[in-house]
Design a protein around this ligand. Structure first.
Ligand SMILES: [Cu+2]
Length: 206
């Protein structure tokens, strides 16, 4: 499954369901239910995103579930207080958002990259991207990013995301520059934890 296909298609179908009898929508609705199931119990990871410079502008929540059937990590989230446009979105090595050497969230370290592979796009082959590469999220004109996507990940790699930091950057990840996509400052950060530690109820309607 490629990013941004699964859920937006369900939205599309919902919007047109009343006007046009679309035979293909049955499948999309089933897929929607499948994804919702991933978040039914607390057996997934979640993160509360906070501003790294304590200005209080960037806040949000994201959750990561593993779809064993598809072999994919499924991600949903909502982050506000961003500049409009694309923002690099990664899992970094260390579960700390502390300032280090004058760098906000510097203590998070580099991208989570257990296999010592180059930085890449999140849907690149495993030897051409970091486990922590989740690409970009897009903020609208109001600075709100709502996202829902999935990427192929090994289940062990997924489990190892726990207790690491989820970072949102001020700029766009170009998905190729080494070692981290030239995505700019670390503007939002949070520690990946058990879902039961994070209130993510606002994502249930996504
Ligand atoms: Cu990053």
């Amino acid at each position: 499954m490629r990013p941004f296909l699964r859920r937006p298609f369900a939205f599309f179908c919902a919007a047109f369901l009343l006007a046009v009898p679309l035979a293909g929508c049955q499948t999309a609705e089933e897929t929607y239910e499948e994804v919702a199931d991933l978040y039914e119990d607390d057996d997934y990871l979640a993160v509360e995103i906070e501003d790294t410079d304590a200005s209080g502008t960037v806040t949000g929540v994201a959750r990561f579930a593993y779809d064993a059937q598809e072999g994919e990590a499924y991600v949903q989230g909502r982050v506000t207080g961003l500049e409009p446009g694309l923002h690099g979105f990664h899992v970094h090595e260390n579960g700390s958002c502390a300032m280090q050497d004058g760098t906000p969230a510097g203590a998070a370290g580099g991208h989570y990259n257990p296999d010592d592979t180059p930085h890449g796009a999140p849907d690149d082959d495993a030897d051409e991207r970091h486990v922590g590469d989740f690409g970009n999220i897009r903020a609208n004109d109001e600075g709100v990013a709502e996202f829902s996507f999935s990427y192929v990940r090994d289940e062990t790699d997924f489990d190892n995301l726990e207790d690491r930091a989820v970072l949102i950057h001020g700029g766009r990840d170009d998905l190729s520059s080494q070692p981290s996509g030239d995505a700019g400052a670390r503007v939002g950060c949070g520690q990946m934890t058990d879902a039961e530690n994070v209130y993510d109820g606002m994502l249930d309607d996504m």
